[in-house]
Design a protein around this ligand. Structure first.
Ligand SMILES: [Zn+2]
Length: 57
């Protein structure tokens, strides 16, 4: 497992080393939905864009 910092709350997530870019994780501590990004071999997390564009009128 790799420890990656949550960009929302600053806490740590354990990410399996064989995870792929674009995989989604939920941080239980803050409930954020996070997407894995691999940047030059380093695991990073960014906030996943919710596909919930429900702005219909
Ligand atoms: Zn978090």
């Amino acid at each position: 497992m790799v420890k990656v910092t949550c960009p929302i709350c600053g806490g740590k997530l354990d990410i399996p080393e064989d995870s792929l870019p674009g995989e989604l994780f939920e941080h239980e501590e803050c409930g954020a939905h996070l997407e894995l990004v691999i940047n030059e071999g380093k695991f990073e997390l960014k906030l996943a864009e919710e596909i919930a564009e429900d702005w219909g009128q």
